[in-house]
Ligand binder design. Sequence first.
Ligand code: ZN
Length: 411
Amino acid sequence: MGISQNLLQKYAELIVRTGGNVQPGQIVTLAVSVEQHAFAALVIEECYKAGAKKVNVEWISDAQARLNYLYADQEALAKVLPWEEAKMKQMVEDLPVRIFISSDDPDALAGVDPEKLSAVMQSRSTVMKPYRNAIDGKHQWVIAAYPSVKWAKKCFPEASEEAAVDQLWKAILKTVRVREENDPVAEWKAHTEFIEKKAAWLNEQQFASLRYHSENGTDFTVDLIPGAKWEGAGAINSTNGAFYIPNMPTEEIFTSPIAGKCEGKLVAVKPLSWNSQLIENFSITFEGGKAVSCQAEKGQALLEKMIAMDENSCMLGEVALVPKESPVNQCGFLFYETLFDENACCHVALGMGFKEVLPGGDDMTMEEAQAQGINDSIIHVDFMIGADDLSIDGIRPDGTAVPIFREGTWA
Ligand code: ZN
């Protein structure tokens, strides 16, 4: 089969126009795999058609990353070179639209020493984080996907390479609402309006906490930050007012809860792929807002390591609502890619929260946001808890419970 030029063109347009919403005169940074150079060219051209001043490309290679981890020593890999930091400084100055085309092989780093991997990640993130914080909320960005052969084979190991890529394409295009005959830009408008209506309702309710329950053992309460917003689908660049869609697909409505204020047990309903390794059939128990224990049938050590990445990685940074009818869930397989898997059903994330959910949060430092309850950490890892029977109640400050989710979907 293969994918038609028409679909590729529509997809590239959707990413640039609806996703990044590139404005005339803006600089764009495109991060894309060397394997996807042909699609990159479509995206670059679309950016220029939208009026981009300059498109800079950061070519990614899974093979290069793997070889670096296998052969270079930890110290060399962990070091952020002056030119890399200069690039980050330039980014803070330019505030470019950042477009990421993800096509990673989920197994690219399999076999790499997990100690080495997390140590390198940890020290690089520590240097890079202030720059990321500095551009937070002040630029447009979008992550979309393009199927590579290795990624497709990971999802469909039984299929031939060609058939696997076709199947993954079919799934990706379903979830981003691109078909031969439709107008994806119009469909996205309706989709984002639906999500924003739900978010507006949640914002009106001003719930003090959320209570989760499922037959699978999930029994959990988390406190919300008074006045913090629920957000979904789109975001606004506070420097130019441009509305953009950071994730394509996106189905979630999310907020950041109070770090350190949750109790109970969350049972994962899907495997979690972290650093190219799988954590399966697991649960995490929280006391006083911190993950105090976890059980995984597979990946126990990895899960423990993730929770202990830094001082705050044991606390939540996100709670997100996604109905079980999500097209990602309908695809019925694990994508091994958070962009998709987190849009399958309700989830929470350990680690960093979003300061932009606070009123005036875009202009706060991370320290100021932390003082209001937002978690800060070098990790942000989503895991799925949206069981088919999941019920979620919103608890008002006076204690009354309002149904938000029943049987895994909007009540
Ligand atoms: Zn999320």
